[in-house]
Design a protein around this ligand. Structure first.
Ligand code: ZN
Length: 168
């Protein structure tokens, strides 16, 4: 069972918690269910509620630190919504904007989602050298993106529209 995404009272994603913890928060009236699993329900002696995938805290929690998502290939694909940065078609690979052979790093600002064809065509060149301009600049994932990444891609695909909007 996947973890549940927790939103602040302001709808800003905060963290993920285990399903048990999420249910306790809801039963204690500390959170409300924003999105439930379409089919699964939790049943107990005195309990019958839909399995929460997203809950929202009833009271606003002040968060002192901005979360930074660690870089990952899967993260880049999710951040870019699986769209190739060069042609906009479905991307399955991650391209280094400044190639590693030229000192490019594994970082959010140096990597973009790319289709295999464009990745192969661009090879060890910068977009300028390859004559392949980026459709959009790479960016640091927002805290919301970071939380969505923690939920995994399948859940990401099924999140409500207002959460799934790209941050750019
Ligand atoms: Zn492409």
């Amino acid at each position: 069972m996947r973890d549940t995404l927790v939103l602040n009272a302001s709808f800003e994603p905060l963290s993920t918690v285990t399903l048990n913890r999420a249910v306790i928060l809801v039963l204690q009236d500390k959170a409300v269910v924003e999105q439930a699993h379409p089919e699964l329900r939790m049943r107990g002696a005195a309990l019958d509620i839909p399995v929460p995938r997203v809950i929202r805290l009833c009271r606003y929690v002040r968060v002192p630190f901005r979360r930074q998502a660690p870089w990952s290939r899967r993260g880049v694909l999710v951040r870019d919504r699986h769209r190739c940065a060069y042609c906009g078609r479905r991307a399955t690979t991650v391209d280094h904007v400044v190639p590693r052979a030229q000192g490019g790093q594994d970082s959010w600002l140096n990597t973009v989602a790319s289709c295999a064809e464009d990745n192969h065509r661009k090879a060890a060149r910068t977009p300028e050298q390859a004559g392949m301009p980026l459709l959009r600049q790479p960016f640091e994932p927002t805290p919301a993106d970071a939380m969505l990444l923690a939920l995994g891609q399948d859940d990401f695909e099924s999140l409500p529209e207002w959460l799934a909007q790209p941050a750019a």
